[in-house]
Write a protein that binds this ligand. Structure first.
Ligand SMILES: CC(C)(COP(=O)(O)OP(=O)(O)OC[C@H]1O[C@@H](n2cnc3c(N)ncnc32)[C@H](O)[C@@H]1OP(=O)(O)O)[C@@H](O)C(=O)NCCC(=O)NCCS
Length: 166
């Protein structure tokens, strides 16, 4: 893997549209139709867990955002979207963002995170399939993954994932 110098920073208001453009580039058209977007609508992201990665020239290479959700009445972080510019993929940028994100979430006192994604990628960070945690359809249950930041944080936490608005 190529080693690249990246600067991670908290996303600012000035970064917003640049990050949106990166997501538009990296995800299939219609990304906002995904059920995870319904859970985010009208809810503020968790600002300290929204991060950018910029190269030595200040060019945006990757970004991650996180929102709070409820699972069976318990709050959880819904991690994502995370994306890395196609020209910077495979350099460990997403791994840097993930590691920083998990460390910050732990420092902030969050007990559990979840995401919808490919287990073969996210299991390297400790994410495992969540049984009996139901994302609004259409979501492949095999892609619903969780990570406990404190002991047994997902034990007994089951049910439908709902928005903080509900
Ligand atoms: C997924 C993504 C964020 C990874 O970013 P990245 O900076 O390239 O990731 P890293 O450099 O940390 O890791 C690269 C490794 O992950 C692997 N990988 C990437 N995506 C993967 C996936 N979906 N499933 C399994 N492995 C994957 C690569 O093959 C590579 O493997 P290697 O280390 O054995 O060479 C990036 O490919 C991306 O932006 N994709 C488009 C948007 C997307 O799908 N986001 C995730 C939504 S859940």
């Amino acid at each position: 893997m190529q080693q690249t110098v990246m600067t991670l920073a908290k996303e600012t208001a000035d970064d917003w549209w640049e990050v949106e453009a990166l997501y538009d580039l990296c995800f299939a058209p219609g990304r906002s139709a995904l059920s995870s977007y319904r859970l985010r609508e009208g809810v503020d992201p968790i600002a300290p867990l929204c991060l950018t990665a910029r190269d030595a020239d200040g060019v945006l290479a990757g970004a991650v955002r996180n929102w709070p959700v409820r699972v069976g009445g318990q709050e959880s972080v819904l991690l994502g979207p995370i994306a890395v510019h196609p020209t910077r993929q495979g350099e460990g940028v997403a791994a840097l963002l993930m590691q920083r994100c998990l460390a910050e979430a732990r420092d902030l006192g969050w007990a559990r995170l979840m995401l919808v994604g490919d287990a073969p990628y996210y299991q390297r960070f400790g994410f495992e399939r969540l049984i009996d945690v139901i994302m609004p359809p259409p979501t492949n249950p095999d892609r619903v993954l969780g990570l406990a930041l404190t002991d047994a944080a997902w034990d007994g936490v089951t049910g439908t994932v709902t928005s903080l608005r509900d």
